[in-house]
Ligand binder design. Structure first.
Ligand code: 5RP
Length: 311
């Protein structure tokens, strides 16, 4: 089905070898502010509720604000929404003696902050497995216990952000280039919970996220992989370029990232499997049937929770 929208109509065209646009946050681009402690503001806690199998929300009162408060921008609303989602997930799912998978991005910062508060307040015994260099730094800077899959191959709960979530809870991830480790950690977790702000909630993948589906590739294969993806599935494939470095983004695993700007809605499970079979592909940013529940922080200060009906 050809879908209208912002996608290129250059069906099958491959742009990978050309110098591309600014890359994702892994290279310092992508518009994310993946702050570490001190880079975001502590706000009053909020309540939430949700319903099984359908979105539910509870409006909450706004945070403390003096007469000098200005009207919040969409950006600050999004940041506050991330915080609401992150904290809600931690309240609802983190328990004593868990092995936790810690995602990457800007939303997870709020969750880690709340985990650290709870560890201190409740004397929780938690072990954290990072999904990236950023997550590792976050764990260390918040004084949490860092471990790895060698010592803890079974994870109780993984919490991570997403770039987009569709109606079936399929995700696009990897805006920050961390998709491979994120998928490994989520894949070995008993429960995978996603946290996001209201901008990530879509009916179909691509409705709101226009940067494409990230594909991590072995560097020597980026041109043939780009061509293969374009020829098989259409759209435009771009090599993600670094911002404050000449050349491409290099992932935490020493690989390149292709951003596949698809031009229609696909059967994502089939496409994901097919792309993974292309020689040189490490993994894709399609997380199919992995997320159990998603918390969306909303503009009105509430949190919507959605989960698969069969969970
Ligand atoms: C990084 C990711 C992030 O989880 C995703 O990009 C969401 O990031 P943010 O929380 O900053 O919106 O997949 O590879």
């Amino acid at each position: 089905m050809q879908r209208p929208g912002p996608f290129s109509t250059l069906y099958g065209r491959v742009l990978a070898p050309l110098p591309g646009r600014a890359g994702g946050a892994a290279s310092g681009g992508g518009g994310n502010s993946w702050g570490l402690p001190g880079s975001h503001v502590q706000l009053p806690g909020r309540a939430l509720s949700g319903t099984r199998g359908s979105a539910g929300s509870t409006s909450t009162s706004g945070g403390a604000c003096s007469s000098v408060c200005s009207v919040p921008s969409t950006m600050s609303k999004a940041e506050e929404a991330k915080k609401l989602a992150g904290r809600a997930a931690v309240e609802n799912h983190v328990r004593n003696n868990q092995v936790l998978g810690i995602g990457s991005g800007s939303t997870i910062v709020h969750a880690v902050q709340r985990i650290a508060e709870r560890v201190k307040q409740e004397n929780l015994n938690l072990v954290c497995i990072p999904t990236s260099f950023q997550a590792r730094q976050l764990i260390l800077q918040y004084g949490l216990t860092l471990s790895d899959l060698d010592r803890h191959p079974e994870i109780d709960l993984a919490i991570d952000g997403a770039d987009e979530v569709d109606a079936d809870l399929n995700l696009i991830k990897g805006g920050g280039g961390c998709l491979t480790q994120e998928k490994i950690v989520a894949g070995y977790a008993s429960r995978f919970i996603v946290i996001a702000d209201f901008r990530k909630d879509s009916k179909n993948l691509g409705d709101q996220w226009h940067k494409g589906i990230p594909i991590e590739v072995i560097p020597m294969a980026y041109v043939p992989v780009s061509r293969a993806v374009g020829q098989k599935f259409g759209g435009v494939v771009e090599l993600r370029m670094a911002v404050n470095k000449a050349g491409p983004v290099v992932t935490d695993n020493g690989n390149f990232i292709l951003d596949w700007k698809f031009d229609r809605v696909h059967k994502w499970s089939e496409v994901n499997t097919a792309i993974k079979m292309i020689p040189g592909v490490v993994d894709t940013g399609l997380f199919i049937n992995m997320a159990e529940r998603v918390y969306f922080g909303m503009q009105d200060g509430s949190v919507n929770m959605r989960e698969k009906p069969f969970c």
